[in-house]
Design a protein around this ligand. Structure first.
Ligand SMILES: Nc1ncnc2c1ncn2[C@@H]1O[C@H](COP(=O)(O)OP(=O)(O)OP(=O)(O)O)[C@@H](O)[C@H]1O
Ligand SMILES: CC(C)(CO)[C@@H](O)C(=O)[O-]
Length: 297
């Protein structure tokens, strides 16, 4: 692809939603198409807006997140897979980074869709979804977020692997409110790389999945997630305190995987009580469930 003049700029913008995992099981495989997770999570109306630009003035690929230059390894893997043209990727996130909201998956999906549109590369949505999944797997930044993000709502990921092969089923939902409080960051790759933790995650994840399948409701999803977070040993310290404070107010909350953050999907009558409890620990972030998926904007 050759750009004749500086006016000859190609650009496109995409939105990809956040995905909070409630519980999961790791499924290792040497083929990134088959590696991933099973589990269940919720897709939010907040997420990452990604603009991709190519042109004569852009001679090397650079990635920006919230106006700061970042390594953007997962985004880079997406780009290298799709084109040799250098591009500028600018993501603006209205969700916290490194806190269990699937920002890396949203960035990968947004990059894939915007790049495809900007350069008219003619990949299909199915291919773009798989490319984003493979980039997450190769960089250890996520396992199943991309699958959730492309389906919207509350997808139960019943089999692992890339979006084109993973089987999902939805928990019926309207666009309920999701409340969150963030206590700090937690690196996804550091948890996934700890073999003792991975063993505990898999034992607790299997139990949670069995229990959810028996009764696939939002209420049961929150109970299964809470039990998972405590059983696998990830919910400790302040995260545990927030979960217990919510218990006292009669609302089930759990940890956003994998982050130092707590989330809940309260019934409309409990929202203000939950917000009061969460606000004692930090700023309360309020979203709605997004039943749609990625979009070019
Ligand atoms: N949209 C993005 N664009 C560029 N870099 C990103 C983006 N999202 C996350 N990162 C980078 O990924 C790293 C955090 O990855 P991590 O997977 O822990 O975060 P996350 O995706 O927000 O959380 P989780 O996967 O647990 O939901 C940080 O170094 C951050 O700079
Ligand atoms: C590993 C994970 C919890 C990190 O966000 C997520 O990608 C998932 O559910 O597989």
């Amino acid at each position: 692809m050759r750009f004749e003049s500086v006016d000859d700029t190609l650009t496109a913008r995409a939105f990809a939603p956040a995905h909070i995992t409630g519980f999961f099981q790791i499924h290792d495989h040497k083929d990134p198409m088959k590696k991933g997770s099973t589990g269940c999570g919720v897709v939010l109306d907040g997420g990452v807006y990604t603009t991709v630009t190519a042109g004569k003035e852009i001679d090397k690929t650079e990635i920006f997140l919230n106006d700061e230059k970042v390594a953007g390894d997962t985004n880079r893997t997406v780009i290298e897979f799709m084109t040799e043209v250098p591009v500028k990727v600018e993501s603006i996130s209205d969700i916290p980074i490194g806190c269990g909201f699937g920002a890396s998956g949203a960035g990968a999906l947004g990059t894939a869709y915007a790049l495809n549109h900007a350069l008219s590369l003619e990949y299909t949505p199915i291919q773009l979804n798989d490319i984003a999944h493979i980039a997450e797997i190769k960089n250890g930044s996520g396992l199943g977020d991309v699958i959730g993000q492309v389906h919207g709502g509350i997808p139960i990921r019943k089999t692992p692997g890339a979006p084109s092969i993973a089987q999902i089923e939805h928990i019926p939902t309207v666009e309920n409110e999701v409340c969150c409080v963030v206590l700090g960051e937690l690196s996804t790759s550091s948890v996934l790389g700890n073999s003792e933790m991975a063993k505990n995650i898999n034992m607790a994840g299997e139990k949670a999945m069995k229990k959810l399948i028996e009764k696939p409701t939002i209420d049961n999803f929150m109970h299964c997630s809470r039990e998972f977070a405590i059983n696998c040993g990830l919910a400790r310290g302040k995260v545990r305190e927030v979960i217990e404070a919510a218990d006292e107010a009669g609302v089930v909350a759990s940890q956003a995987m994998l982050g130092n953050a707590v989330f809940s999907i309260p019934s409309t009558t409990c929202v203000s009580e939950l917000v009061d409890v969460f606000s004692e620990f930090g700023e309360v972030l309020r979203f709605r469930i997004r039943t749609g998926s990625v979009k070019i904007i």
